[in-house]
Design a protein around this ligand. Sequence first.
Ligand code: PMP
Ligand code: GLN
Length: 378
Amino acid sequence: IPSRLPDVGTSIFSVMSKMALDNGAINLSQGFPDFSIDEKIIQLVSRYMLEGNNQYAPMPGTPALRTIIAQVVEATYGRKIDAETEITITAGATEGIFSIIAAFISASDEVILFDPSYDSYSPAIRLNGGIPVHINVYPPDFSIDWDAVRAKITPRTRMVMINTPHNPCGSVLHERDLLELEKIVLEHNLLVLSDEVYERLIFDGLTHQSVLRYPALASRSLAVFSFGKTFHATGWKAGYVVAPEYLTKEVRKTHQFIVFSVNTPVQLALAEYMRTPEHYQSLGKFYQQKRDFFLKQIEGSSFEPLPCSGSYFQVVSYKNISKKSDVAMAEDLTKNFKVAAIPVSVFYNDKTDNHLLRFCFAKKEETLAKAGEILRKI
Ligand code: PMP
Ligand code: GLN
C-alpha cells in the first residue's frame, strides 16, 4: 500500500523505552521525569473537573490560560503580546510544530533544520510536501555556522527551524546566533519556527535567547512551548504557540482540524497554577542540580560528558569504551548493563555517528545514583 513515510520506523523514544521495560533497565532514554508532579496542580485539575469543566475548550485555548501566558511572556522576554490574537494552546509542542508546518509549508517548499534535530521535525515537513534541508552541527558545542545557512538558501526556502535549549545536545543558542538569524530571515523573507520547550531549563547563569526578545525576528517567528517540560507533566500533552496575529490566524486554521481544542480542566488548572511564579522560576536551578548530580555519578567512569548548558539531557562520548555504533551501544547498555540511553545518530538525517549517547537526568537522585553505579563500572 502506498504510504507517506515508508522509510520511517517507530520513534526511537518508544523503541528505547520498550527495550528498557522489557529488560528491566533503568530508563534514562525517553525524556520524562520519574518523580511526582506537584499535588497542588493535580488538585486543581480534579477541582475543575468536579466543577463541571468537562466539555470542549475554545478552539484557540481557554482565555484564562492565554491571559496568564501573555503576562508571563511579557515579564520574561519583555514582549507585549495579545492573548486574544497571538497565542494558541496546542496538544503539546508536537501538535504546535505540526500545525505550524501544515499552515505554511506547501509542496516543494524548503525548510532548513539543524541535525541532530528532534525526531518529529523532518516527518512533519515531508508529510506536508515540504523538503527538509539538513545542516549538520557537530560536537562538542554543536554551534551553527550561519554562512553555511546562507549558502543553503534558495528561492524555495520558506522557513528555518531552531531549537534552544537543544534536544538532544543540551547546547543553547547565544545572542550572536539570534542576531545572525534575524539578518538572514529579514533579508530572505523567511519564517522561523523556534522550538523553545526547554526555555526554563538553562544553566550556569546563561539567559534563554527566545526569538521573542528580538522584535524584528519575532515579527517573522512562531515560538513553541510545552507545559510538559515546565511542570513535569509530559503526559498531559499541553503546550502553546506564540506568534504575531497574521501568523497565528493561519496556525489556528490547521490546529482546528488536527485536534480542534485541548483538554479543558488541564488548561484551567494551568492558568491558576501559573499565577504563582515560584512554580516555574526555580526550574533552571532544579535541573542544574540534577545535571551536576548525574555528572558526579559518572565522574571517574570511561564516559566523557559533553558540555550541557540546558535541557534535561546529558550527552556523553563512549569512544574510550567501544568502537561499536551508537545504536548498538545503546542496545548493549540496555540489555546487558540495564541502563537505557538514546543514540544520538538517529537525530542526524545522514546517521552521522559520533559515538554519543544521550542520558535524561530528569530523574530522582536515587535513580541517577543507581545508573551511575553501573556506568562507572563499564
Ligand atoms: N520539541 C522538543 C525539542 C522536545 O524535546 C519535545 C519533547 N520531548 C517536544 C518538542 C514535544 O513536546 P510535547 O511533549 O509537549 O509534545
Ligand atoms: N521529547 C522526549 C525525548 O526527547 C520524548 C517525547 C516522545 O516520546 N515523543 O525523549
